[in-house]
Design a protein around this ligand. Structure first.
Ligand code: BGC
Length: 748
């Protein structure tokens, strides 16, 4: 537990500079300044990797930061994930890479006359420590402003009393360029209330659960210590209650920042090498009576581009959508995490379940590409994966298993499906194959059962408490993983593998059916919602075989009065399976509940993010139930990708006017451009407005069986050039269109 090291190097440039670049990696985190200015607007960089396998560096164009004459570079280093000094249950303190912070730096300068100069991290640098006296990712940061060193990143600063930097051993990993959307401070939030809950104990409420930290603006006597503690729940007396999230950190304080004043008027401060998950901030030590102006919330996460929006006439759904987006954003910190406070871990299963909605709402492409490389780093030679990635060694034998590990296949597949990226298939192929071979090794007659099953189902009395055997969800993942692998093999022209895994997939499917499914009776072992939905969602029965299972599933849903009896796995399956089988009415009914267990029940209790479990006992900011947002886009607005023509080269538009919905507006910015699907119901008229981007085509499944009453842009559909009716069923007329804007009207 050392103060954060500060390293500086001054040098003089005697010619005109044409261009200059910095290549830098500082572990755990670095903050780089040149001539008194911070370089870049990213925070908490570089991103977390298994540092003994991979180390990320970043590149900056610093041409404009330099000047003729004397220049100075200053770097502060934080511990981050590299040097976790406190004890928690995932043992990052014991991580094989753990060491004191270190810096690798190169500045390449090119002069106008063609000369070049390189400045590197060597013993010419000078080092000391300063105001950041403590920093720990999960514990917090302590800053003693009295120890600030004015002007240390400026030229002309006298560093005589500092020591020379020492050469240290590197972390061991291969250096790679960090090519991903950075983490930034994306918003600043003003608190909505402030209360003194006991003498000198002040609690701020931001009105929104966020990830990040508080920034304070204070004044007082030198040496006054202000302590900030963060929580997402309040105790009865109005004080913060972190008891639902502080359970796994076993030493040191939890989510606590300390600021010690220097006593020179107004002082502003925010931490830089830690982050927290919270809505409430407790402040103690303030000299006098604080106001709402003394503190604000800084929202910090991977700064995704927004790639989609969904809105509809159902206000509850709009609120769920908002909470889901908050949970998603606040859980991306260079990798998907489970929660921003209790764990901050890259739990694989959570991310796989919510990947589709993340892609539909935002642009996580580069983050996935980077994180999938972390899977390669974490994979054991026999193919086994840990439940959290990156890991310092923990999690291979608890918390993983097919439902979680399948992220290696499903996220890869989603990147391909939604972006049309085939290079990710190439990059991941060997590891995906190793993983499938690993499950094959664990299987008995094609049935697998290890690791976690349908996690966090309703725990209250009367619910089945996850009666879905893990063998069902596990074997279904084994099937779908193998099936996808065979598809990927054939995309990559690996014919032999394609055939071998296609055959294996069929064998697994048969074994699954023999063991768990009775098609005539419409039953799946245990008949839980999750088991029944799993069989439909994962394609373990043919379409023609599904009717009996659907009847049983409907009975199960009615038995719980149109509520879910599912954990995170079943909840994803059930919403999409019902929609796929034209029972979006049932999905709608469950999504529209406001009583336990439902998303609406969380909202009724004031949720501003999605929770970990229906009972509300665990964390209150998990995104693993966030796939409902994907259902909004896919199931209600009807924007769907086509696996045969990935990347939205061909788009499937399948809107569902369901329940009491009056209208839905949604768009998604695909790699080809904006896809839009807006619909509304006007008495008995259904209006659908669709935009299909250039160089793509679409199939539109109109919710009518009446081929005749359809108009497009005011004209009878049969008269419109370029539009074809390609199919019609007893529920849908299916139409093929090219790019452009269309407005369909249908008499219902
Ligand atoms: C995490 C998860 C994770 C689960 C699985 C929990 O502690 O918060 O969301 O998926 O463990 O074991």
């Amino acid at each position: 537990e050392w103060p954060a090291p500060m390293l500086r190097r001054s040098f003089s440039l005697d010619k005109d500079i044409k261009k200059a670049r910095v290549y830098i990696s500082g572990l755990g985190y670095y903050e780089l300044s040149i001539n008194g200015e911070k370089v870049g607007d990213q925070v908490l960089a570089p991103s977390f990797t298994s540092y003994d396998k991979t180390v990320l560096y970043q590149t900056f164009d610093v041409t404009n930061a330099l000047q003729k004459g004397e220049n100075a570079v200053g770097v502060v280093l934080g511990n981050g994930w590299y040097n976790c000094s406190t004890q928690e249950v995932w043992l990052f303190k014991q991580a094989p890479w753990r060491s004191h912070p270190k810096l690798l730096f190169q500045m390449h300068i090119e002069y106008k006359d063609g000369d070049r100069q390189v400045i590197v991290s060597d013993t010419n640098w000078r080092g000391t420590t300063g105001p950041i006296v403590y920093d720990s990712l999960r514990n917090g940061e302590t800053y003693d402003a009295r120890l600030e060193i004015d002007g240390w990143t400026q030229p002309g600063f006298d560093d005589q009393s500092w020591e020379n930097a020492r050469i240290t051993r590197p972390p061991g990993g291969v250096l790679r360029c960090q090519q991903m959307t950075p983490i930034r401070v994306t918003q600043t939030i003003k608190p909505i209330s402030l209360k003194e809950v006991r003498k000198g104990v002040w609690v701020y409420d931001l009105g929104q659960s966020i990830s990040g930290w508080a920034k304070i603006r204070v004044s007082g006597q030198a040496g006054t210590e202000i302590v900030l503690k963060y929580s997402e729940n309040l105790a009865e007396d109005g004080d913060i209650d972190p008891s639902n999230i502080d359970i796994f950190v076993k030493s040191g304080e939890f989510q606590t920042d300390r600021y010690i004043l220097k006593g020179e008027g107004i002082e502003e401060w925010e931490p830089r090498f830690t982050y927290h998950g919270f809505r409430y901030v407790q402040m103690t030590g303030f000299d006098g009576v604080p106001t709402l102006d003394n503190l604000e919330g800084r929202v910090v996460h991977t700064d995704f581009e927004v790639r989609g929006e969904f809105e509809c006439s159902n206000e509850l759904f709009n609120t769920i959508q908002k909470c889901s987006r908050w949970s998603t954003l606040t859980n991306y910190h260079g990798m998907p995490t489970d929660c921003p406070h209790r764990e901050k871990n890259g739990w694989t299963g959570d991310a796989a379940l919510s990947a589709e909605q993340t892609i539909l709402n935002f642009h996580p492409g580069t983050t996935y590409t980077k994180w999938l490389k972390d899977f390669i780093d974490a994979q054991r030679p026999n193919g086994q994966l840990p439940g959290i990635i990156p890991t310092g060694g923990w999690g291979y034998n608890w918390g993983s298993g097919p439902a979680w590990d399948s992220a290696i296949i499903l996220i890869t597949w989603n990147v391909y499906l939604y972006y049309g990226d085939t290079s990710i298939l190439k990059d991941m192929y060997d590891s995906m194959k190793k993983y499938v071979d690993y499950i094959a090794y664990m299987a008995n007659d094609h049935i697998v059962e290890f690791g976690l099953g349908d996690w966090c189902p309703p725990r209250a009395e009367g619910y089945t408490h996850n009666s879905c055997p893990t063998a069902i969800t596990d074997t279904a993942y084994y099937y779908i993983d193998t099936y996808i692998l065979s598809k990927v093999a054939s995309i990559l022209n690996k014919e032999e593998d394609a055939q071998r895994y296609a055959k294996l997939a069929q064998d697994i499917r048969q074994a699954f059916r023999d063991k768990f499914v009775d098609i005539d009776a419409g039953e799946v072992t245990g008949n839980s919602q999750t088991a029944l939905a799993c069989v439909l969602y994962q394609g373990l029965v043919d379409r023609e075989e599904a009717s009996g299972i659907l009847v049983t599933l409907e009975d199960e849903i009615k038995r719980y009065d149109y509520h879910l009896d599912c954990g995170i796995l079943g909840t994803k399956y059930i919403m999409h399976a019902l929609t796929e089988y034209e029972r979006s009415d049932l999905a709608y009914a469950m999504a529209n509940q406001t009583t336990y267990p439902s998303w609406g029940h969380w909202i009724a209790q004031g949720a501003t993010t999605l929770w970990e479990d229906w009972d509300g006992v665990g964390s209150r900011n998990h995104h693993m139930y966030g796939d409902i947002s994907a259902w909004f886009y896919k199931g209600l607005a009807g924007i769907n990708p086509d696996p045969e023509k990935p990347g939205f080269k061909h788009i499937i538009i399948k809107p569902n006017p369901v329940g009491d919905l009056k209208w839905v507006n949604a768009w998604h910015q695909s790699m080809y451009g904006k896809i839009l699907s807006n619909w509304s119901l006007d008495n008995d008229q259904f209006n659908l407005q669709v935009s299909i981007p250039p160089n793509t085509t679409a199939t539109v499944h109109l919710p009518t069986k009446d081929k005749d009453g359809i108009k497009v842009n005011g004209q009878d559909i049969n008269q419109v050039h370029g539009i074809r009716i390609i199919d019609s069923t007893d529920r849908r007329v299916v139409v093929s269109i090219g790019s452009g804007e269309y407005s369909f009207t249908i008499k219902m």
